[in-house]
Design a binder for this molecule. Structure first.
Ligand code: ARG
Ligand code: ZN
Ligand code: CA
Length: 241
């Protein structure tokens, strides 16, 4: 086993409406979900089917809130071109992104829940972006994405995880050994078993596209892939402490 690593987090709330200026309680509710999901203390882990039970991972990654910034903007939606991460564009620059996971909470628009930068990108735009309605479990949240799992999914990308179906056909890999091959995203709340590419899809994985209530595990292979970027020589080595 590994030591538990801790990742400190800055949350940048950029709001136009007062609803978008989400409360500290809403932010804390998101931090609680992140820690439950990454430490496998989520209460729905008991729904993991037997077929996958021994692949379910406590990633031993923990998150602590280092600080919150709040910024009013006249802009009503931000898109996915990283303007929210640039003070020159009316956004907020990341704080020390080598040492902190920066999260921007702002209206993205276009029905987009969130997006992330993979390891190895520019420090100026490093972090994850989540729309306020999908951040946390209380306050200004919207079903069926009101379980805080959009952030779990985006932090998975930030720590180098691909979508579980590999974003392609059966042989397109997610580079994780213990996640079954699939040729598509799953949505909503799929019945078990859902079979594609001659094996049961791990639809309940955080890196699929199902509703928040229907995703409740990372796999051991995903844990290793995330841990690798945080350990000595990894692209996000400086984050972990
Ligand atoms: N579409 C987004 C992405 O690919 C997030 C999907 C989050 N899903 C969820 N059930 N919250 O990064
Ligand atoms: Zn994704
Ligand atoms: Ca796989």
């Amino acid at each position: 086993d590994f030591p538990v690593v801790n990742i400190p987090v800055y949350v940048h709330v950029i709001y136009n409406t007062s609803q978008e200026n989400i409360s500290d309680a809403q932010i804390n509710s998101q931090m609680a979900v992140l820690n439950k999901d990454f430490r496998m203390t989520n209460s729905d882990a008991n729904q993991i089917p037997n077929e996958f039970a021994d692949r379910a991972a406590d990633t031993q990654i923990n998150f602590t809130l280092a600080g919150v910034t709040r910024t009013f903007s006249s802009r009503t939606s931000w898109g996915t071109r990283d303007d929210m991460k640039k003070s020159s564009q009316g956004g907020v620059d990341p704080i020390d992104p080598a040492n902190y996971l920066n999260m921007w909470v702002c209206n993205i628009g276009g029905g987009i829940l969130g997006y992330a930068q993979f390891p190895g990108g520019s420090p100026d735009t490093d972090g994850v972006v989540i729309a306020p309605q999908y951040f946390g479990t209380q306050g200004y949240v919207a079903a069926p994405f009101d379980g805080g799992r959009t952030t779990t999914h985006e932090v998975g990308h930030y720590l180098n995880l691909r979508h579980i179906w590999g974003d392609g056909r059966c042989r397109q890999d997610d580079f994780v050994i213990d996640t079954p091959s699939s040729d598509r995203a799953n949505y909503g709340c799929p019945a078990y078993p859902t079979t594609h590419c001659k094996s049961t899809d791990m639809t309940m994985n955080y890196m699929d596209y199902v509703d928040d209530a229907c995703m409740y595990m990372f796999s051991n292979g995903q844990k290793l892939r995330m841990r690798a970027v945080l350990e000595a020589g990894g692209a996000r080595e400086s984050l972990a402490n």
